[in-house]
Design a protein around this ligand. Structure first.
Ligand SMILES: [Zn+2]
Ligand SMILES: [Zn+2]
Length: 78
C-alpha cells in the first residue's frame, strides 16, 4: 500500500521515504503538537491570524501554541 503525502499527494513506497519527504515538502510547513500532523498554512488558517488544526478529531489551535512552523522547529533544534 503506497504512502501518500497528504499535502502534495505524491506517493512513496515506504513510510520512511514519506517521512523524509515531509521534511522538505513545501506544501506543508506547519505541524500540530496535539496530533503530530503536518498540514498547509492554507488548511490551518483563513485570515492568517487565527490558526487551528484541520483535523476534525483534534482541538489544537494557535500559532506558536499547539501549531508550529517546521522551519522554527529546525532552528530550535540547533
Ligand atoms: Zn508532499
Ligand atoms: Zn492537531
Amino acid at each position: 500500500m503506497p504512502h501518500t503525502c497528504r499535502n502534495c499527494k505524491r506517493t512513496f513506497g515506504t513510510e520512511l521515504e514519506l517521512e523524509l519527504h515531509l521534511d522538505t515538502c513545501s506544501a506543508g510547513q506547519l505541524y500540530c503538537d496535539e496530533c503530530g500532523d503536518r498540514f498547509t498554512e492554507r488548511a490551518a488558517t483563513e485570515d492568517g491570524w487565527h490558526y487551528r488544526c484541520p483535523n476534525d478529531d483534534c482541538d489544537g489551535k494557535g500559532i506558536d501554541e499547539d501549531i508550529h512552523r517546521v522551519s522554527d522547529a529546525r532552528v530550535a533544534k540547533q
